[in-house]
Design a protein around this ligand. Sequence first.
Ligand SMILES: O=C(O)CCC(=O)C(=O)O
Ligand SMILES: [Fe+2]
Length: 240
Amino acid sequence: MEVLKVDRRDAADVLTQGNAAIIDDFLDAETSNEFSRAAIESWKRNSDPGTGWNLCIKSGDINRRIPTSKLASNENIKRIFDACSFDPFRYWYYSCFASPGKIPASHSLNVHLIKEIETALLKAGLKEICDNVQIDVGAVEPRFSITSFDPLSFIDPHSDFLKEGKGHYIITVLYYLAGPSDEEYGGELVFSRTVPAAKIKPIQNRLVLFRPSADSIHHVVPNSSSGNYRLAFSGWFAQP
Ligand SMILES: O=C(O)CCC(=O)C(=O)O
Ligand SMILES: [Fe+2]
């Protein structure tokens, strides 16, 4: 697998060849700034009840989503989490889910924002890219959220590839809303199977697409900067 920086009209070819596509400046600057601002505002209020923000952790027997409004202190959770360091696939990040059907009013703003970003991406060329790789966006299930990575956050290497069948992911869509400004702070998305490993900076208005396969192994480096947000619209179109 290769990771290629391309123009949106070449993205479908890149995906068809089993590679990942990076497309910068995907939305117009004004729309991108608006989404970025809204996501930052939402994350700043993540400790308010009912905002939809959860801490998602997996480590050993722990596999939980904890509403951030209920997190008194990360320290205790971190101790339990670290005790399970033998697990080869662990993660610690924050996610704001769109869960249609059971949305408290206070959370509907985020659900709305997630849908708005999905719609804007499709209109700006994602629909055409999907058409060109024979993905019918009208027939797939969008499973998107907004994620946040703080200095404790990371995701171990994984592929996003699930066995064919009901519910598997047919394309991964990552659209960065905000990222650490400085190289030294981390937060990169890394594809480790490429030679050399491809390190993708989470730059605002950057879209990353790939079709999950056994080869698409990637991980997220901790964002060591507490002063910089690392926010992404993140998820998949899945086979319903
Ligand atoms: O945020 C990213 O850059 C990647 C996230 C990811 O790999 C995932 O959620 O599966
Ligand atoms: Fe992933």
